[in-house]
Design a protein around this ligand. Structure first.
Ligand SMILES: [Zn+2]
Length: 158
């Protein structure tokens, strides 16, 4: 059975024969449903016409990652952005934190991959609602969390 994805917000729902009647995220007053109505897709359909690629807009300075249709993850190299050219200097000090969602069945593979590359796993947490988190540091010292579905009890499975 497929996991249907909302084409507007990208939320993935639990396996089912039919898509959900509505997307709980897009029904929220802060979101919207397209004028053409609620539409769904699946990962199998997306794989026919889409693939992931990474493109640097300014090599060596930053990378922008499209996340779904409405979000972008910006990753900057601190030394470059603190120089302030061409934009005003900006950055942060101290370790930041970000989380990346992964499938529950992929957690063991990620742990083995990271440990195989000498990355120290700082902590693993099993959350009360379900889901697990694994924490490690990226080369810049930021706390990276790999999190499996179930942590927040959302209709999307997260
Ligand atoms: Zn949606």
């Amino acid at each position: 059975m497929p996991n249907f994805l909302c084409t507007t917000c990208g939320t993935q729902y639990a396996e089912s024969d039919q898509p959900p009647a509505t997307c709980a995220i897009c029904q929220d007053e802060r979101q919207y449903v397209k004028a053409t109505g609620q539409q769904w897709t699946t990962l199998d359909k997306l794989r026919l016409t889409n693939r992931n690629s990474l493109k640097f807009k300014e090599p060596g300075r930053h990378a922008f990652f499209q996340v779904g249709e409405a979000s972008v993850l910006l990753a900057f190299r601190a030394e470059a952005t603190l120089k302030g050219d061409p934009l005003p200097p900006h950055g942060a000090t101290g370790p930041g934190h970000f989380a990346l969602g992964i499938a529950a069945e992929d957690l063991d593979g990620w742990r083995k991959l990271l440990q195989g590359h000498g990355v120290t796993i700082e902590k693993e947490v099993g959350w009360p609602r379900g889901g697990k988190s694994l924490y490690f540091r990226d080369p810049a010292g930021n706390s990276v969390e790999l999190v499996t579905p179930g942590v927040w009890g959302l209709p999307s499975g997260w």
